[in-house]
Design a binder for this molecule. Structure first.
Ligand code: ADP
Length: 188
């Protein structure tokens, strides 16, 4: 199963991907986690990404594509993957298309988690207290939501045109949402 999870910041992509990887038996690839690992390691890439991420802006498409290409080259993706946090703009959607065509592994499904903005802000504020992520401060959250609306939301249309997109109501218990996603994947 090769799956992309789409949705605004705070929509629960990471939470759901963590649950789905057990059920589906495929790795969870989070570009946010990959970047945070680079930042934590203090690598040149991490140093470049750190400030951009803290501001809630997008790290460059080139960096992301290189990182993703190397991650998709690892053995554990043979059975598929759950991609979370990518693509975040139309250029990345095109790049992903090209990359997957090149390795002969087209997507099976794209699931969009829909959550209203008010609830996103509330959820991220809760997570900020629990996890203390550098980009969960109010200013950065506002920026991430704006970047989502401007750059990421158009990606929904990209996959809609392909007929690979399913939209899911992302409000409910974690179990309910996992069940909705699994039901959508059965149909896909
Ligand atoms: P969230 O879904 O809560 O916004 P992520 O962990 O997915 O958090 O991403 C955190 C940050 O990492 C983003 O705000 C951005 O700076 C950077 N990032 C993650 N994925 C991408 C991407 N595909 N393109 C550019 N930047 C990215």
């Amino acid at each position: 199963m090769r799956l992309v999870l789409l949705g605004p910041p705070g929509s629960g992509k990471g939470t759901q991907a963590t649950r789905l990887k057990e059920t589906l038996g495929v790795p969870h690839i989070s570009t946010g986690d990959l970047l945070r690992a680079e930042v934590a390691a203090g690598s040149p890439l991490g140093l470049q990404a750190k400030e951009v991420m803290a501001r809630g802006e997008l790290v460059s498409d080139d960096i992301l594509l290189g990182m993703l290409e190397s991650r998709l080259g690892r053995d554990d993706v043979a059975k598929g993957f759950i991609l979370d946090g990518y693509p975040r703009n139309l250029a990345q959607a095109d790049a992903l298309d090209g990359l997957l065509a090149k390795i002969g592994q087209p997507l099976d499904a794209v699931v969009q988690l829909d959550v209203a903005t008010d609830l996103l802000v509330e959820r991220i504020a809760g997570r900020a207290q629990a996890e203390g992520r550098a980009d969960d401060n109010p200013e950065s959250v506002r920026k991430r939501l704006q970047v989502y609306n401007d750059s990421t939301a158009p990606v929904i249309g990209f996959f809609e045109n392909r007929g690979t997109l399913t939209r899911i109501d992302g409000v409910g218990t974690m179990d309910e949402i996992t069940a909705r996603i699994l039901a959508a994947l059965k149909k896909a």
